[in-house]
Each structure stands twice: as structure tokens, then as C-alpha cells.
Design a protein around this ligand. Structure first.
Ligand SMILES: [Zn+2]
Length: 251
């Protein structure tokens, strides 16, 4: 067990050294330590989902004071969940597992709360957010070529009346999310189905998808799964790689 852990750590950090010119933007690139706590917790939830074989999407709910009050993650391919959360079916999305923890009086404070998600809320979750009276939505990666639903906000009278404040996508965070997702799709679905979904994501995230394919071939995420608290370093390495590829494409 210990040998395996050491080997994994070594190969993980060696992998990190493969990325040269770490500060490709003169030292200004986004680091894990620059993220706000809600984003850190959302991505850690997404990573936990990935490590448990579910779709890597995480979500948190932040109150008016900026405190994280609830967390949740995708559990569609799992056999358990904490009380009040759902698992093992197609509806067990990250945002649902946050919102299902709310109780009667909580709704009185939801208009000032903010829900974060690493992926644009889908048709189901967008509806659940609105019905839970949450007005502020923050998401990392757009999903408007597939299930993402926030773009319908101005096309439906009831939704429009809720006066939503939607922020997203966030470019680098979205690319990192898409790396995780691409690896998950290639690992989980048939090649035909994975490529169909990846082709849709590649329209908005060609670099995230490209890095995701490389990461999948290198088996990096599977190795990092065995490193305790390995995600922050992985995040920084992915950001570096994404920026390198972006820079190479812009030359
Ligand atoms: Zn959803």
C-alpha cells in the first residue's frame, strides 16, 4: 500500500514537471490559492464525484454573509448519499443535492443566497434553483450545447419574474471543468457516445477537451485519485497546461 502511494506521488509530481514554463503569463496565471472558497469547495465536490465514479460536477450554496451553508455533488452512478440527497439515478445532480437539503424556513433567505456550480445548471437544476427561490447563480463552464438551461431566462415569463442574477461562464474555471468532464466521458461511455458529447463541448472548449484527452491517455486523474489532497496541485497543473496550449494556438 505504502509503496504504491509513493510510486503514485512520484509519478504525479514527475508529471507536474513535464509542464515547462510554469508562469506562462509572467507569473499572473490563476492558481488554486487565488480561488474564492466557494469555487474551491465546488471543485473539490466535483473532484469527489469523479473519484467516486459519478459525473464530475460540484455545487455549494452561499448565504448573504458569504458563508458556505450547503454542499453537494453529482451522484448519478453511486449507491449511497447522505440523508435527503439522491443517488443512483439520472436526476442525482450536484445542484439537486444542494437544494434537497433545504428546509421550510431556509427559503425565506434564498433570495440573497448564491448557488455555485462547476457546470451550467441543466433544465432540471435550473428549475429547481428557481423553485427554491435562489436568485443568484454562478457557474464555471457553459453547457448550452447540451443540457445547460440558463439561456432561457428571458424567454419564460415566470423565470423572468424571478429577476435572476446569473454569472458565468468563467473562462479558465470552465476549461478545468471540461478537462475533468472529457476524461470522465472517455472513461465511462462507449467511444461513440463519448465522442458525440465531447464534440458538443469542443465547440466552446476546444482546449479543455484537448487537454482532457491528453490527461485521459496519461491516466493522470486516476493517479491523482490516490494522492490525498492532490486536487489543488492538479488544478494548478491543469491551468498551466491550458494556458500553454492556448498560447501555442494563438501564435
Ligand atoms: Zn442538473
Amino acid at each position: 500500500m505504502m509503496d504504491r502511494l509513493i510510486f503514485t506521488r512520484q509519478s504525479f509530481f514527475l508529471y507536474g514537471m513535464m509542464f515547462e514554463n510554469r508562469n506562462v503569463n509572467g507569473g499572473t496565471e490563476m492558481r488554486w490559492s487565488d480561488l474564492t472558497t466557494p469555487w474551491k469547495r465546488s471543485f473539490l465536490q466535483a473532484w469527489e464525484a469523479y473519484c467516486n465514479g459519478s459525473i464530475p460536477i460540484g455545487s455549494v450554496l452561499v448565504n448573504q454573509q458569504g458563508e458556505i451553508v450547503l454542499e453537494g455533488r453529482n451522484r448519478v452512478l453511486e449507491g449511497t448519499a447522505p440523508v435527503k440527497q439522491v443517488f443512483g439515478n439520472r436526476l442525482a445532480h450536484a445542484e439537486m443535492n444542494v437544494l434537497l437539503q433545504l428546509n421550510g424556513k431556509d427559503y425565506e433567505e434564498m433570495s440573497e443566497a448564491t448557488i455555485y456550480s462547476t457546470m451550467e445548471p441543466c433544465i432540471q437544476c435550473f428549475g429547481a434553483i428557481i423553485l427554491s427561490k435562489v436568485r443568484n447563480i454562478c457557474f464555471a463552464a457553459t453547457d448550452d450545447k447540451l443540457a445547460g438551461a440558463t439561456t432561457i431566462k428571458d424567454e419564460h415569463g415566470f423565470i423572468e419574474s424571478r429577476n435572476l442574477n446569473i454569472r458565468g461562464p468563467f473562462p479558465i474555471l470552465g476549461e478545468v471543468q471540461m478537462v475533468l468532464r472529457t476524461d470522465f466521458l472517455l472513461r465511462t461511455f462507449t467511444t461513440e457516445r463519448a465522442e458525440e458529447l465531447i464534440a458538443a463541448h469542443a465547440i466552446d472548449y476546444p482546449i479543455g477537451v484537448s487537454v482532457g484527452r491528453t490527461i485521459f491517455q496519461l491516466n493522470t486523474l486516476q493517479e491523482v485519485k490516490n494522492v490525498s489532497d492532490g486536487f489543488p496541485l492538479l488544478f494548478d497543473e491543469l491551468v498551466t497546461k491550458i494556458k500553454q496550449v492556448k498560447q501555442a494556438h494563438s501564435v
